[in-house]
Write a protein that binds this ligand. Structure first.
Ligand code: GDD
Length: 331
């Protein structure tokens, strides 16, 4: 039985990856920051089949202890300060966790378990002000936020530990991936939950920022399969993981409101508070390498993704006994 250590296990990707690895027969150990009220909501279905251990990407000793004690075969570094907008307000903290945290973990592996295979959650945010479209593993980086800058550092640290110490370290450059488990601060879930709130009369408006931004959105459940596949290859390499399609925030709104029979233009307002000091206008990934070498392909398309997210947020309200007041939702 292989052991996998997952940082960021309480997040969207961590919970999907834990489920995937358990189904493959892994022993799953998850690193969790100490907190008075740990948020284990997304792990509800697997809580009794995984081990949660305390540790923090800010604390090298805790990482070393966990790696030493559990001797993982695979380590997935999904923990980060991952909200781009917040990184402008907390650039140093973002750098400590999202950039230096990668090196702290790599050091722990190098010292205590150099044969472990390592996955780094890199990001399409690294492409930022894109130099070419679509973006592949060969596209130069030009990050546009403290978060993007930190992810570039983590990416190159991963490459560097592979080249310097021969670690089996891979960087997965994942484009946006969403699901009903997405945090409410990210635009897709903010929209799906906003649509449901409007349909149920909890509010009348949804305030958003830049509606013209375009993203390559896929389903998180599909993307965690690619993470695992990267660590099963004979040689470590970096891979772009993307759907290969791109849509604007405006289009996401259109599809999401249409799912409950509403016209988005009647409800969405633009609030400059949600603009970013520097914006990433367009992301569009070319996942040819992942498709060819990993045999990976996404199963959930854009429209189905939007529908699943809206249906989930509507379903939560129906399950709580609430009555829809607008659109085509039926109780
Ligand atoms: N969050 C948010 N809220 N974004 C908005 C809003 C709003 O009200 N209105 C417009 N947007 C735009 C943002 O300006 C951005 O261009 C786009 O919607 C997507 O924003 P997010 O959903 O916050 O995601 P992101 O693309 O910045 O970052 C996500 O994807 C990265 C991969 O490319 C995060 O998951 C990162 O952690 C991840 O690395």
């Amino acid at each position: 039985m292989k052991t996998a250590l997952i940082t960021g296990i309480t997040g969207q990707d961590g919970s999907y990856l834990a489920e995937h690895l358990l189904a493959l027969g892994y022993r799953v150990v998850g690193l969790v920051r100490r907190s008075a009220t740990p948020s284990l909501e997304r792990l509800a279905d697997v809580r009794d089949r995984i081990e949660l251990v305390p540790g923090d990407l800010l604390d090298t000793g805790s990482l070393l202890r966990v790696v030493q004690e559990h001797q993982p075969d695979e380590v997935y570094n999904l923990a980060a300060q991952s909200f781009v907008h917040a990184s402008f307000g907390e650039p140093v903290h973002t750098g400590e966790v999202t950039a230096l945290g990668v090196v702290r973990l790599l050091e722990a592996i190098r010292i205590a378990r150099p044969e472990a295979r390592f996955y780094q959650a890199s990001s399409s945010e690294m492409f930022g002000k894109v130099r070419q479209s679509p973006q592949s593993e060969d596209t130069p980086f030009h990050p546009r936020s403290p978060y993007g800058v930190a992810k570039v550092y983590g990416h190159w640290a991963t490459v560097n530990y592979r080249e310097s110490y021969g670690l089996f370290a891979c960087s997965g450059i994942l484009f946006n991936h969403e699901s009903p488990r997405r945090g409410l601060e990210f635009v897709t879930r903010k929209i799906s939950d906003g649509v449901a709130a409007i349909a149920f009369g909890e509010r009348d408006r949804l305030a958003l920022g830049n509606l013209d931004a375009r993203r390559d959105w896929g389903f998180a459940g599909d993307y965690v399969r690619a993470m695992h596949l990267m660590l099963q290859q004979t040689e470590p390499r970096d891979y772009v993981v993307a759907s290969g399609t791109t849509h604007s925030v405006r289009e996401f709104c259109q599809y999401a409101f249409a799912r409950v029979g509403l016209d988005w233009e009647e409800y969405v307002t633009v609030d400059p508070r949600f603009y970013r000091p520097a914006e990433v206008e367009l992301l569009h990934g070319d996942a040819s390498r992942a498709r060819a070498e990993l045999g990976w392909a996404p199963e959930v398309g854009f429209e189905e993704l939007v529908q699943r997210m809206v249906d989930h947020d509507v379903g939560r309200r129906l399950a709580a006994g609430r009555e829809p007041v607008r659109g085509t939702v039926t109780a």
